[in-house]
Design a protein. Structure first.
Length: 51
């Protein structure tokens, strides 16, 4: 019974660690998408108004 509880706790800890990694990666992807949109908008403004 104790061994089963230890395995369950290990699995829950592993799931928690994986969710934290997923959250960090999602945040990084979101930041990259924001940067891409900013570059695109800046390029469009440059093309429209300065060329």
């Amino acid at each position: 019974m104790i061994n089963d509880n230890n395995q369950l706790m290990d699995q829950l800890s592993s799931i928690d660690n994986n969710l934290e990694k997923l959250q960090k990666n999602s945040s990084r992807i979101s930041d990259n998408m924001g940067l891409i949109w900013l570059i695109l908008v800046g390029y469009i403004v440059y093309i429209e108004f300065f060329k």
